[in-house]
Design a protein around this ligand. Structure first.
Ligand SMILES: N[C@@H](CCC(=O)N[C@@H](CS)C(=O)NCC(=O)O)C(=O)O
Length: 304
C-alpha cells in the first residue's frame, strides 16, 4: 500500500490548490493527480460527490471538501501550527477562510467573465485538463456538457450580471487592503501562513491566471502576487504577530469586506435555509436595517 496521500485536483480549482498548499506546507508525503478522464474510474470509486479536491489517505480513507479535509489532517499533522495560538486571531483566520471560500469565490468567475474573450478561457482550460488526449473533434464535442454543468454553477457562487458591480468593487477594495497589509509581512498573520492565507490566496491565484483580473492584479497588486507565489509552496520564515501589530491594516478587511458583505450574505442565506423565501426577505430587511449594503445574489430561492 502506498504511504502517500493522493490529492485529485485541478490547477483551475481554487479548493484543490488550497489543499495542495496545505500538504506542501506541512510536508506531508503526497501525490498531486490531475483529475481527468484517464483516472475517472479510480476517482469515482472514492468520491461521494463529483467535486475536486478529493484526498485519498494511505489507508484508503477518502476525504472531500477542503475545510474538513484540512481539519482532519490537522489532527494527524499538528506541526507546524496552522493557526495562531491566540484564539481571537485563530478565529479571525478561520473567518478569512470562510470569506474566501464563500464570497471571494464569486470574484474570479465575475471578473474573468468581463469580456467575451475571457469568458471562455476557464471552461476551455478545464476541458483540456480533463481530456488531455482528445483530438480537436473529440475536444469540441465536450463543450456542451461542460457548459451545461458549469454555467448554472455561476449562480450558485453568486456570480451574475446583478452582482457584477458589487463583486468587482469588492475585488478592487480587497487588493488595496492586501497591498497595504502585505507591505510589512510575508503572510496575513506575520511570518508564517495560517488557514486564512490558504483560503484567500487560492481564490486570488485563480484570478491571477485569468486575463482580466490577472491584468488588474499585475497593474495594481505586486505584493499580493508575490504572496500568492509564496503560498504556492509556503514556508515559515518567522512567528505569528500579535493583533496590535496587525490591526491597522487587517481591520479594513474585517470591517469593509467581511463585516459589510460576507456576514449580511451569510445571515441571509442562513435565514433562507431555515425559513424559505419569507426568511430570505426577512434577512435582507434586517441586513438593510443594520446599515449593511444590499448584496443581490441570484441564487434560486426555494419554493415558498
Ligand atoms: N466546498 C468544496 C468545493 C469544491 C468545488 O466546488 N470544486 C469544484 C472545483 S473548484 C469542482 O469540482 N467542480 C466540478 C463540478 O462542479 O463539476 C471544497 O471546499 O472543496
Amino acid at each position: 500500500m502506498s504511504e502517500m496521500y493522493r490529492i485529485y485536483g485541478m490547477e483551475l480549482s481554487p479548493y484543490s490548490v488550497k489543499v495542495r498548499s496545505y500538504f506542501r506546507y506541512k510536508k506531508i508525503p503526497h501525490e498531486w493527480i490531475v483529475r481527468n478522464v484517464s483516472n475517472m474510474d479510480e476517482f469515482n470509486r472514492h468520491a461521494k460527490l463529483p467535486l475536486v479536491p478529493l484526498v485519498v489517505a494511505p489507508d484508503g480513507t477518502a476525504m472531500q471538501d477542503s475545510t474538513p479535509i484540512i481539519e482532519s489532517m490537522e489532527t494527524r499533522f499538528p506541526e507546524p501550527a496552522l493557526q495562531p495560538a491566540d484564539p481571537a486571531l485563530a478565529f479571525i483566520s478561520a473567518l478569512i477562510e470562510e470569506y474566501a471560500d464563500e464570497w471571494a469565490t464569486s470574484r474570479c468567475s465575475t471578473t474573468a467573465g468581463s469580456t467575451r474573450r475571457t469568458r471562455s478561457r476557464r471552461p476551455t482550460g478545464s476541458r483540456r485538463a480533463m481530456n488531455p488526449d482528445l483530438d480537436e473533434a473529440g475536444f469540441a464535442s465536450t463543450k456542451e456538457a461542460v457548459k451545461g454543468r458549469m454555467v448554472p454553477r455561476l449562480a450558485l457562487v453568486g456570480s451574475s450580471a446583478v452582482t457584477k458591480d458589487v463583486i468587482e468593487a469588492s475585488f478592487h477594495r480587497q487588493l488595496a487592503i492586501l497591498e497595504a497589509h502585505l507591505a510589512a509581512r510575508p503572510f496575513l498573520f506575520g511570518g508564517r501562513p495560517a488557514l486564512g492565507d490558504l483560503g484567500l490566496f487560492a481564490q486570488l491565484y485563480e484570478c491571477s491566471t485569468d486575463p482580466t483580473p490577472g491584468a488588474i492584479m499585475r497593474e495594481r497588486a505586486p505584493r499580493t502576487l508575490a504572496w500568492i507565489e509564496r503560498m504556492l509552496d509556503p514556508d515559515a520564515s518567522g512567528a505569528f504577530e500579535p493583533w496590535d501589530r496587525l490591526e491597522a491594516t487587517l481591520q479594513p478587511l474585517l470591517r469593509d469586506e467581511i463585516g459589510a458583505i460576507l456576514l449580511p450574505v451569510d445571515a441571509r442565506e442562513h435565514r433562507r435555509d431555515s425559513g424559505g423565501r419569507e426568511g430570505r426577505v426577512h434577512a435582507r430587511r434586517q441586513a438593510l436595517r443594520a446599515g449593511a449594503p444590499e448584496v443581490p445574489r441570484e441564487v434560486a430561492a426555494p419554493a415558498a
